[in-house]
Every structure is written in C-alpha cells, then in structure tokens.
Design a protein. Sequence first.
Length: 61
Amino acid sequence: MERLVAHEELEPNRVSNCTDVAPDTSFTCEEQAQQFDKCNADFIYLYSFCLKSCGRCGGET
C-alpha cells in the first residue's frame, strides 16, 4: 500500500500556478469551498484541488 505524505514546502511561485481544479465533475471548486466547506478535507488538501477557491494561492491580498 502506498503511503501519502503532505508536502512540507510550498512551491516558490505558487501565485502564478494558482488553479481551481475540481476533484471530479460532480461539484465545482466554489461549491466544494463555499457550500460544503471541504477545503480542509484530505482529498482536497493533499492533492491540491481547488487552490484558488480555498484561498491557498499565497501572496493574494
């Protein structure tokens, strides 16, 4: 069984890489973040889904 490890460092240029990639086609990133409060769910956080909607782009004001 493969072990998952969370990244310890952010990419240095994460702002330019900021995307909203949903984990599947059932719900948008806005729905995942706002309606379902899923930003801290393992499947969203560990696989870097919905970075923009979850406010994980860094450097945003």
